[in-house]
Design a protein around this ligand. Structure first.
Ligand SMILES: [Zn+2]
Length: 509
């Protein structure tokens, strides 16, 4: 039995869900669905990060208590992920009791192990980042992320002895070459470690909206060091229902490139200090960038758009859930930056979904209706199309395995192209009913059966709808994957036409 534990970062509740957070969440979801399909025991965790001064300030600005504010914003994430058909097994909120317990237990262990000490910290601090910078990290004296002035902050804090872990971290990267992927991001983390690690301050006295430090109740843990521990809380760290042994060796953190330092340096060091293994794998994704283009008129906005202003619901209204999921998974290689635009969503929708996938299913169902009395014929044993399909299964499988959804989908679409070419080639719509046409259509139906399974992690609803039209039941976890090569489309099933799966969209311009 294989296990797979995947996490997204927990999203900060000063923000509403947008395309950027949807990008990460949909990728994690497809990965989780892929592993469930294979029969792996899978745990998929997402949630919200709810502590810190920024949250308290935002709540105050909205005349709400921090708890009221976080309840409200956290619910918006739950709602957005439901809309995008996200199949998370757990949704963690850092204000939950179970999290407080895990944080206190984890950091007390580090304290008992002698890696936390009291000191005074002075340094440039960005209120928006809630983070200290070193003078050389500032850009013209401003925060390198926000471009706004920093303040000079001095605090008596509890410090984590990060500097003690430099050699162990380097050794860990050495012995676990895939700890952080892709390679470029691994190198980034490595060069940060090699540049020399300073101890970090992990508590605050100036904030009350946080998890209290168990050995010094004037302090709360600084939001980052509370947040990272969510990955352990969900598997019962420090509680009676401890499932660390079951899940932690199979942990994969999917994160954006802006938080590599936290996940590939701070976090593994904290794990070492607490006497547990670092997470198994950190998969870094790039950013979706918007070139300042406009949203379509129908989306009620004609000014330049920033990514953070595009709500997932807006896209889903325009394109449908599965098309949005497909685009987010297909258009950008995980690990690289990608360009996001409504134009490119529209182009992918029309080309890949309407013209290729939708058209394939529509043509096959239509021909079976008119030429085969609406009864799907069985495939022939060794057609070229099916040999190609079997090669595709292997390629798609290893792409999902390697955190390359864009390649998995690209390969799947090569098979869709081959199935369309098969139809063009034989032009069954010109053939007379009989054995020859049955063979052509049987092979096409078998290709569609395989395609329906291969697209399941990305487009679960579409997969089931396609199967319904060709007389098959919904894709079942494990069953359909395990018999993908050995079973074939059975033949004799009722095939029905339906509305276009992806009606063409006219370009927004
Ligand atoms: Zn900043």
């Amino acid at each position: 039995m294989q296990r797979f534990y995947i996490t997204t970062p927990i999203y900060y509740v000063t923000d509403a869900p947008h395309v950027g957070t949807a990008y990460c969440t949909v990728n994690a979801d497809a990965m989780a669905r892929w592993h469930r399909l294979r029969g792996d025991e899978t745990l998929f965790l997402t949630g919200t990060d709810e502590h810190g001064q920024k949250v308290a300030d935002t709540a105050a600005k909205n005349n709400l208590s921090p708890q009221e504010w976080t309840d409200r914003t956290s619910a918006r994430f739950v709602e957005a992920w439901k809309l995008l058909n996200i199949s998370n097994d757990d949704f963690i909120r850092t204000t939950e009791e179970r999290h407080t317990k895990s944080v206190q237990s984890f950091l007390s262990t580090i304290y008992d192990n002698g890696f936390i000490y009291k000191g005074t910290y002075v340094g440039p601090y960005c209120v928006d980042c809630e983070d200290y910078y070193t003078a050389e990290n500032l850009l013209d004296g401003n925060c390198p992320v926000h471009g706004r002035p920093v303040i000079e902050m001095e605090e008596e804090n509890w410090f984590f002895r990060l500097s003690a872990f430099q050699d162990r971290l380097l050794a860990h990267f050495e012995s676990h070459p895939d700890f952080t992927t892709p390679e470029t991001k691994r190198n980034e983390a490595l060069s940060f470690i090699r540049s020399g690690l300073r101890d970090i301050s992990i508590t605050r006295t100036s904030i009350s909206w946080g998890v209290p430090v168990p050995w010094d109740d004037r302090h709360v843990f600084y939001v980052w060091y509370d947040a990272l521990i969510n990955y352990l809380t969900a598997i019962g760290y420090g509680t009676e229902k401890d499932e660390m042994a079951q899940w932690w060796p199979h942990s994969h953190h999917l994160i954006g490139k802006e938080i590599i330092r936290f996940h590939s340096v701070w976090w593994p060091a904290m794990c070492m200090a607490a006497g547990i293994e670092p997470p198994h794998h950190v998969q870094v994704h790039g950013w979706l960038l918007v070139g300042g283009q406009k949203l379509s008129k129908s989306m009620g906005n004609d000014g330049p758009v920033r990514l953070g202003e595009i709500a997932p619901a807006t896209l889903v209204d325009e394109f449908g859930v599965d098309a949005v999921r497909y685009y987010l998974l297909r258009n950008t290689a995980l690990g690289s930056d990608g360009e996001f635009s409504i134009e490119s969503v529209t182009a992918r929708y029309n080309t890949d979904l309407a013209n290729m996938l939708g058209n394939l299913v529509a043509r096959v169902c239509a021909v079976v209706n008119t030429k085969c009395a609406s009864v799907g014929p069985a495939p022939s044993p060794d057609s070229e199309l099916l040999q190609f399909a079997h090669v595709t299964i292997d390629e798609v499988s290893s792409a999902w395995e390697n955190f390359e959804p864009h390649i998995a989908l690209e390969k799947t679409w090569t098979l869709i192209g081959a199935a369309n070419a098969h139809l063009e080639n034989f032009a069954p719509w010109k053939m007379e009913p009989g054995e020859a046409i049955d063979r052509v259509m049987g092979d096409a139906l078998e290709a569609i059966r395989i395609i329906s399974v291969l697209i399941t992690p990305a487009m679960p609803d579409t997969a089931d709808e396609i199967r319904r039209r060709i007389g098959l039941g919904a894709v079942t976890a494990q069953g359909d994957w395990n018999t993908l090569r050995t079973a074939t489309y059975p033949g004799g099933l009722a095939v029905q036409k339906g509305e276009p799966l992806f009606p063409r969209i006219r370009s927004a311009a």
